[in-house]
Unconditional design. Sequence first.
Length: 318
Amino acid sequence: MQLFLHHVALCAPLFLLVALGWGSVKIGLFTNEVTKALGRFTFRLLMPVMLFKLMSGFADMPPVDWRILIAFFASCAIIYAMGRSFFKHVFKTDAAATTVLAMAGIFGNNVQLGVPIVQVSLGNEAIPAISLIIIFNVLLLWTVAICQCGIRTDGQHRNWRSAAAPMLRVFQKIPIVLGILIGSAWSFTGIKLPDFLEKSVELVAMSTTPMCLMVVGMGLAQHSFRAALTKGSIITAVKLVLQPLLVWIIAKILGLGTLETNAVVLMASLPVAINIYLMAQDFKAEEGAASNSIFVSTFLSALTVPLTLTLLGAAPQF
């Protein structure tokens, strides 16, 4: 119990910033346009700089166990296949709706919430491991979604422009991937940045975590608790409970180390990403369920993430 309360206290400031961002929009301090602009600013500048800063010490860190990709994406494949079958047969959904609902069960908020939570709970030593997941996650999952939605329910092929539109979302993530790759490459050069530049990078990196978390909350203000509650609740249970449990089982079978296991399970325990709502909009399917699952899973994760860390026995970070 003491360890659980420790992790609750550890994560509480992060989720408080999420709630602050949500409240600031709800009371009218900021408009949706401001939220979108801050989101772009965070993804295209702040996050890449912070990840560059973190990964610039990659050469001095222990080697990353690439098997974490097997643990994470094997769970994605299993849950996605199960989700497609479940929603198609139980809710009689069409191809696009089935894809969105099944994808919501495996597409977590790995960047905006994942990086800050991993930093405070597992330490910077876990950043290289989760960076692998971040690099492959968006590209692989969007590609699968596009392929699955390439055919409409009436059997006709979608217009290539509409089918390719979601792929454009992938390229918006390139600055984040570049931050990881450039930071990693830079670490092997052994060259240090000039002091004035190093301090500037550090200041940007320090501002990234609070900004990311508030942007998550501001984005949540656009989503609904009541919309498609049944489907949203099923997705939330899958994302917060089933996927981390499955990842833990696979990690144990593979014999991953403690740090790698904790990192990959923690990434799997994160709430549904806001990207799922963008996907639902692009595919014109299940926007209500996507909205609900994002809203409910994010607020519930304030308890489930500390619980996951407690069950993992993650050592407190001081």
